[in-house]
Design a protein around this ligand. Structure first.
Ligand code: ADP
Ligand code: MG
Length: 567
């Protein structure tokens, strides 16, 4: 039996680990399963290059709860470790890693954002366990060993009678962590962190219909036909899908595969996604993933299911802020990249060159996809516009690169159901809708019902009226006004509509002068003159005797205050 002292200067680092990682105790399981996966994949590699001559087989990772013994087991069939390797990898390397970590982050320990996703690796086991055993047998022809440590810098290393290859980690769960002995809690963790890991993970067993048994039809005593009961068999309960869609080639996937992966990712989403974007790049950074456009509502806060970030099929977070441009955080799906530094703060992420490139790449892919959807099937694109416009408009506002691309496919719907691109709209109205200064006036309504009489009046004059009702549209109009030459957006009920009326048209009221004066006096009493103006002229073909309008700039100022200053 070997006994020794783990070489650390800190008397007992485990209380420190516990304290620093407090908010994220649960990641211990992700770390241990990651190690088990690494050990299995390493063996796969060694057998494939002929360096290990053992049978690789169909290895799996098993998680077992021992409620009575208050133990949690993580068992793999990977390459295992010799006694010497345990000394090297567990005692020296991992410990120095932990020490380095503590040295580096001691002072920022309170900022859980930094440490939250820092994998402490093997030693994170001590966040939940008062004692940890490693029982391991190498694929090399050497005896098995058991390493035991109770969280002090002392450990023991002894021979063990384990005969099958691989490693079993035994966590003697601490008194304050007994939640991790509950099946439901472990299930929750497995489905959060390990749902798409590459090696099958077994957690208990389940009953399923025997695929080799077809129930026969039998006749009962009265001659009535019934089906024989289905035979059940017990099989491993595998909690993960080792080959998720994003790891495959787009050419090998059908539309239905993308949809079923969406359901796998978000089991509580009933709505189908509108379309997807398969991301796949390996230079200058490595990234795969699938993004989905869900149906959007005007409610910007509806987001519950978010884009998930993975590293080599291990779930990391659903906070992709800084990695995905803000306007695309409304999308759903998966991004998997080993090149995103995780042990850093969000503000560092935003400044990191590699991460900036990733964000730019994602923006470009999304813009390209939208463009090809628009080009390939405009009708379908128009039908989806209402559900995707919020993302596109937000993107046009916040990213100039995206604006340039989206200008070709962003649509401006009219009150009578037509959809124009900006250029189409411009050409359509340039002859007819200029104000007296020669400025192109783009008329719009924001609410069909509330503004219907104004809409009628404008369409009766042959003007195109857009229907723009996004919550951020006033910001976008502002942006277009400053980007495009000589245009102005004017709501149909704004006083600027006057300016559209051609000079040779005269305004004749249906009312006598006396009646006009009387009506004006009444209206002035009830309508604040500094906010609205009243027009008494006849509205030609409409029956409206007068109109109350609000200056465009006043309303827009109010709207922009309500939706914040973005843009
Ligand atoms: P990392 O995984 O980042 O290397 P860890 O602290 O998680 O750091 O693990 C330290 C080392 O211990 C690993 O690199 C590996 O060599 C060894 N190890 C841990 N778990 C296992 C396991 N289940 N099977 C084989 N080796 C393991
Ligand atoms: Mg590890």
């Amino acid at each position: 039996m070997a006994k020794g002292n783990i070489n650390v200067s800190v008397e007992n680092i485990f209380p420190l680990i516990k304290k620093f990682l407090y908010s994220d105790h649960e990641i211990f399981l992700r770390e241990l399963i990651s190690n088990a996966t690494d050990a299995t994949l390493k063996l796969k590699h060694l057998t494939s290059i002929g360096e290990a001559t053992v049978e690789y087989g169909n290895p799996k990772i098993e998680i077992k709860i021992d409620k009575e013994g208050k133990k949690l087991h993580i068992i793999d069939q990977g390459l295992g470790m010799t006694g010497e390797e345990v000394e090297k990898y567990i005692n020296q390397i991992a410990f120095s890693g932990a020490e380095e970590f503590l040295d580096k982050y001691k002072d920022s320990g309170k900022d859980s954002g930094i440490i939250g996703h820092f994998g402490l690796g093997f030693y994170s086991a001590f966040m939940v366990a008062e004692k940890v055993d490693i029982i391991t047998k190498s694929f090399k022809d050497e005896p098995a060993v058991i390493w035991t440590c109770d969280g002090s810098p002392e450990f023991t290393l002894e021979p063990h009678d384990k005969t099958d290859r691989g490693t079993e980690i035994v966590l003697h769960i601490a008194e304050d962590s007994t939640e991790f002995l509950a099946e439901a809690r472990i299930n929750e963790l497995l489905s959060k962190y390990n749902k798409f890991m590459p090696i099958p993970i077994k957690f208990g067993t389940k009953e399923v219909n025997d695929p080799d048994h077809t129930p026969a039809t039998i006749k009962d005593a009265e001659g009535k036909e019934t089906k024989e009961p289905q035979k059940k068999i017990t099989v491993d309960n595998i909690i993960n899908n080792p080959n998720p869609a994003w790891t495959k080639q787009p050419a090998d996937l059908k539309d239905e595969d993308y949809k079923s992966f969406y359901r796998e990712l978000y089991p509580t989403q009933f709505e189908e996604p509108l379309f997807h974007i398969h991301l796949n790049v390996d230079y200058p950074f490595n990234l795969t993933g699938i993004l989905y456009f869900p149906k959007m509502t005007n409610d910007l806060n509806m987001q519950k299911d978010k884009i998930q970030l993975y590293q080599n099929q291990v779930y990391v977070t659903d906070n992709v802020e800084g990695i995905v441009p803000e306007f695309l955080t409304m999308l759903r799906g998966v991004i998997d990249s080993p090149d995103i530094p995780l042990n850093v703060s969000r503000s560092y992420l935003q400044a990191d060159g590699a991460v900036k490139k990733i964000s730019t790449y994602i923006t470009r892919k999304v813009a390209d996809k939208l463009k090809s959807l628009f080009n390939e099937n405009r009708e379908d694109f128009e039908a989806k516009w209402n559900d995707i416009k919020i993302v596109i408009e937000y993107g046009m506002l916040s990213e100039d690169k995206f604006f340039e691309k989206a200008d070709a496919f962003a649509l401006y719907p009219t009150v009578d159901g037509k959809y124009y691109t900006y250029d189409e709209l411009f050409n359509k109205v340039k002859a007819n809708q200029t104000d007296k200064d020669g400025k192109l006036v783009l008329l719009y309504a924001s609410n069909h019902d509330a503004q219907h009489s104004y809409i009628e009046a404008a369409t009766a004059k042959g003007y195109e009226v857009l229907l723009l009702d996004s919550p951020i549209i006033s910001h976008l109009m502002q942006k277009l006004e400053s980007t495009k030459e000589n245009i102005t957006f004017t709501r149909v009920d704004s006083d600027h509509v006057d300016n559209l009326i051609k000079k040779d048209e005269t305004k004749i009221s249906k009312l006598s002068e006396e009646q006009q004066k009387e009506l004006e006096d009444i209206l002035k009493e009830v309508i604040p003159a500094e906010k609205f103006s009243v027009q008494l002229e006849s509205m030609d073909s409409t029956a409206t005797p007068f109109m109350i309008t609000q200056p465009e700039f006043m309303r827009r100022m109010k709207e922009m205050q309500q939706t914040g200053g973005g843009g």
